[in-house]
Design a protein around this ligand. Structure first.
Ligand code: PLP
Length: 362
């Protein structure tokens, strides 16, 4: 059976580098001479421990993580971090500032309300989340327990270009949909978290980068699995970790190394996104971008067709032409192309050409 090649623009789980998938396939039945699959190794074995520690050290090096931070591999997705963060750092009567830039930010905010008294530091809701609020407009108080932001808004296609200086107040970021797509000054953040399934690997692994003083000051009266300290003390091996996902994540990081690291990846991500944004901007209003240009995401490109009836046809024809995942989020509609790290430039060129041709034909 011949398999049609596809251009994968899924929002998550999303494309993985084909070189990584091929390597995983080659190693699947006999992992580096062990005679077993990496999935079959004990998580206490030397062979697995090497995979695990290699993934952590690659992450630290590539993302230039300072020594006073730890990298944890947890489960439960970014969604469990929405709860774990307030559970560990926020109690009744304490305040935390949440910036509302979309659905995921709102979900994080809702969880914080269960534990303390969070408030909205700024919001883009009235514009249907077309922009990232101005850094000067954030209402942050020095007695806040932390400030929470979503660095890239997967559904609306907006992305923070600069991050606020929050002084002594810990800055926490959900980087699920743009982690390691560009260099970031990690020292600005007290905690960064991300589900792996967009830029780093398969679903099932959640990366948490946490400053050590945060681990120490967290609420000690929590269930064992929900304390950052449990995972930190045990090098994320307190219980059985998602070993296959961590192996894949380590291989994706190896691929990023081969690509020349985050600087070169960022440059390529910028080029890729601009291919599609240019098609929108040069369409004379045939395609309409959702995000304001200064807030545009380089990971999720959201747009509509001015003619709503044509939108359905566009999505149908895109699907037929082998473009996967170009439809917008289920509750928002429209079109969205996710151009994460692993999406090759050729796929973006093909989508741009398709968009231009569709406009000509219609
Ligand atoms: N945060 C952001 C920015 C996301 O894009 C998503 C998923 O798409 C989530 C959180 C939820 O992540 P998970 O499915 O890992 O819980």
């Amino acid at each position: 059976q011949t398999i049609q090649p596809v251009y994968n623009f899924n929002a998550g789980p999303s494309a993985l580098p084909s070189a990584v998938l091929e390597k995983a396939q080659q190693e699947l039945l006999n992992f580096r001479g062990t005679g077993m699959s990496v999935m079959e190794l004990s998580h206490r074995s030397a062979a697995y421990e090497e995979v695990h520690n290699n993934a952590i050290s690659r992450l630290k090096t590539l993302f230039s993580i300072p020594d006073n931070y730890e990298v944890l591999f947890l489960q439960g997705g970014a969604s469990l971090q929405f709860s774990m963060i307030p559970m560990n750092f926020l109690q009744k009567g304490q305040k935390a500032a949440y910036v509302n830039t979309g659905v995921w930010a709102e979900k994080a905010f809702a969880e914080a309300k269960l534990f303390g008294d969070p408030y909205e530091a700024a919001s883009s809701k009235e514009s249907n989340h077309r922009f990232i609020p101005n850094l000067h407009d954030l209402k942050i108080n020095q007695d806040d327990e932390y400030v929470h932001i979503t660095s890239n808004n997967t559904i609306y296609g907006t992305q923070w270009k600069d991050f606020p200086n929050t002084g002594e107040v810990p800055l926490i970021a959900d980087m699920s949909s743009d982690i390691m797509s560009r260099p970031v000054d990690v020292s600005k953040f007290a905690l960064i978290y991300a589900g792996a399934q967009k830029n780093l690997g398969p679903s099932g692994v959640t990366v948490v980068i946490i400053r050590k003083d945060m681990i120490e000051k967290a609420n000690p009266n929590l269930p064992t699995m929900l304390k950052y300290s449990t995972h930190s003390k045990n090098n994320s091996l307190f219980n059985t970790p998602p070993t296959f996902g961590i192996y894949m994540l380590g291989e994706v990081l190896g691929w990023i190394e081969e690509k020349g690291g985050l600087e070169s990846l960022a440059k390529q991500n910028e080029e890729k996104a601009h291919l599609i944004y240019d098609a929108i901007d040069e369409s004379n209003g045939f395609y309409i971008g959702h995000a304001k240009p200064e807030s545009r995401s380089l990971m999720n490109i959201t747009f509509r067709l001015a003619d709503q009836d044509l939108e359905k046809k566009f999505l149908e024809e895109a699907k037929e032409a082998g473009f996967v995942g170009v439809n917008g989020y289920r509750t928002v509609g429209g079109c969205r192309a996710s151009t994460y790290n692993s999406v090759p430039v050729e796929a973006c060129m093909a989508l741009r050409d398709f968009m231009i041709q569709f406009q000509k034909n219609n």
